[in-house]
Design a protein around this ligand. Structure first.
Ligand code: ATP
Ligand code: MG
Ligand code: MG
Length: 567
């Protein structure tokens, strides 16, 4: 039993079923379509779908689309694609905006019960009246409006009589509650904006705190799993379910957010990368988005395993990105073909190899998975090797090529460095070697040993390719994580956000992308988008689906071969 793997939510559900409190399980994944999903969302997806699956329940995909200004159909589309790609199939597909009429009616019910009122104070005044943790709030002068007046004003809000921010609807709970969330939270606001689903039908929109519990209850969600920053909202969640007289009573359960080292995860910040042109879209391979990880070459299986291994607890710590890389390597090891690619080419001429002759050598596709068979690679008088595999004046323990030294060419022959050709400035431009035909790979040659084995690509048939190497986008191992519940426009102070954003953009890694122009084996010329390979001595690479073409194959580095990471 691995404690990191425990899941306290599973125990709650189990008890609910055993005690008869519940006779079925329905969970939901409720993204707001205001950006692309990131790996934090993957955690929520895996938790919700896995738990329902374990207890023969159902999981809905519900778009929590109650804020018309930030949401877009493009995001709806990408979210569906990402959930499917992760390997999950939702039961119901819902939009919170489809419940607007129902929510409106429930708000009217609250007004009739004397549990909600129309507020005329401005957002700043509301905040000032709300008090602080140490100081109780003060009642608004509009708190005691009559039911009739509230009904009339709320209807006129709906009809568009007032401008943005002129009025809001507030739940009437307790301005002196020690829980600030219960100090008459705003539950409806005016926003004259077109909505991606309902168009111009509405100009008032429910706030998250009011909408979310109603959405859950309408869908008969039993366990409403969300992240810890909503913990303080739970009493409000329960208040809304009870006071709006929902038949079905969902239970909110919070777990700790997933954060990954050297990455920021909030959609607000990720959007900033896109808007500022720091990345080439939400699917840039450096982004911690699902689409970015996919484009970089990560597999859904590795992401699922990683997320499961991080466990489910109340704490939101940072998880080392190397742990994810570890699972990616594990997943790719047996399924990806091995091949050779030269990232920084240096020409080698094998002077004793017959001019014009090309021979074909056989090489295993994956020595760890012999079923993958063999491939043919050409060999001739001219090849490319890595610049770093030659040194004119090497330190001790450098076993690669240097004048007079002999190395093994993987799958081919021993070659010995005889001569170094330089340009006028003294840069090494070409190496002249001789080869020993006796040493052919697979011939059983045992005459002498060499210490270094290097990779190469035959020069006349080599296919040009671009290699993109990535480093994390953020310099800081633990960039400031999103802590505030992103629930209410009136709660969020825009100037604070701007401040945080300015700071995090200063901490972007200027070396996060390095593009190299090199060569690959000729059998690689027909690779397709998303094909994955292990380049000998380099690592795993994915064919970029956006920029790779027949003329310019682009490989994204998924992960290098080795890591010091231990589970
Ligand atoms: P962001 O701040 O990145 O926009 P969010 O919580 O506002 O995140 P939603 O679209 O509302 O994004 O999230 C859908 C679900 O995914 C929610 O239940 C949310 O709690 C969960 N979720 C979001 N980020 C993480 C994370 N880092 N770890 C675990 N779950 C997350
Ligand atoms: Mg958000
Ligand atoms: Mg949200």
């Amino acid at each position: 039993h691995n404690p990191a793997n425990s899941n306290f939510i599973r125990n709650i559900i189990k008890e609910d079923l055993e005690s008869g409190k519940r006779n079925h399980v329905i969970t939901r994944f409720p993204p707001e379509p205001n950006g692309y999903l990131h790996i934090g969302h993957a955690k929520s997806i895996v938790i919700n779908f896995d738990l329902a699956d374990e207890f023969n329940g159902k999981t809905n995909l519900r778009f929590d689309d109650t804020n018309p200004v930030k949401e877009d159909a493009e995001f709806v589309q990408s979210i569906k694609e990402d959930v499917k790609w992760l390997g999950y199939d939702w039961d119901g597909l819902f939009f919170a905006s489809d419940y607007f009429e129902e929510m409106y009616n429930r708000a009217v019910l609250l007004i009739k019960k004397g549990k909600a009122y129309v507020e005329d104070l401005s957002a700043d005044e509301i905040r000032a009246y709300r008090g602080t943790l140490k100081e109780p709030g003060k009642d608004s002068p509009y708190r005691d409006r009559s039911v009739e007046e509230n009904l009339d004003l709320f209807q006129r809000m709906r009809e568009g009589e007032f401008g943005n921010g002129e009025k809001v609807l507030r739940a009437k709970i307790d301005m002196k509650s020690p829980n600030i969330n219960l100090r008459d939270p705003v539950i409806y606001r005016i926003s004259h904006a077109s909505h991606h689903n309902t168009g111009d039908k509405w100009c008032i929109y429910p706030m998250y705190a009011f909408a979310h519990p109603i959405e859950d209850a309408l869908e008969d969600v039993t366990h409403s799993i969300c992240t810890v920053e909503f913990e303080d909202q739970r009493p409000l969640y329960n208040w809304v379910v009870a006071e709006t007289e929902m038949e079905s009573v969902p239970q909110q359960i919070e777990f700790g957010r997933l954060n990954i080292t050297n990455a920021v995860m909030s959609k607000r910040k990720l959007r900033k990368f896109v808007e500022e042109g720091i990345v080439d879209g939400w699917d840039d391979p450096r982004m911690p988005t699902i689409s970015g990880l996919r484009r970089k070459g990560y597999t859904p299986g590795a992401i699922r395993t990683f997320v499961r291994e991080t466990g489910v607890s109340k704490g939101s710590g940072f998880v080392d990105s190397q742990m994810l890389d570890h699972f990616v390597r594990e997943d790719l090891k047996l399924q990806t073909p091995r091949t050779m690619g030269i990232l920084r080419p240096l020409k080698v001429v094998i002077t004793n190899y017959p001019e014009g002759q090309v021979e074909s050598l056989e090489a295993e596709i994956n020595p760890e998975n012999p079923e993958m068979g063999t491939r043919q690679i050409p060999f001739s008088r001219e090849i490319y090797i890595e610049q770093e595999d030659f040194m004119e004046d090497p330190p001790k323990k450098y076993f690669r090529l240097f004048p007079g030294n002999e190395v093994r060419l993987k799958h081919a022959y021993f070659i010995k460095c005889e001569n170094v050709i330089k340009d006028e400035e003294g840069n090494v431009v070409e190496i002249h070697c001789t080869y020993d035909p006796e040493t052919k790979s697979g011939s059983g040659f045992t005459g002498r040993k060499v210490k270094g084995t290097i990779h190469w690509v035959e020069a006349t048939q080599a296919v040009p390719a671009e290699f993109r190497l990535y480093e994390p986008l953020m310099l800081d191992e633990e960039p400031e994580a999103e802590v505030k519940a992103d629930v209410a426009d009136v709660e969020v102070k825009e100037d604070e956000i701007v401040e945080v954003e300015k700071n995090f953009l200063d901490r972007v890694n200027p070396n996060s992308l390095q593009a190299l122009q090199g060569f690959v084996e000729p059998n690689m010329k027909d690779v397709k988008a998303q094909d994955k390979f292990q380049f000998f001595r380099h690592g795993y690479f994915n064919v970029d689906p956006k920029h790779s073409s027949a003329d310019n194959i682009v490989f994204n580095l998924i992960v290098s071969l080795k890591s010091s990471f231990k589970l």
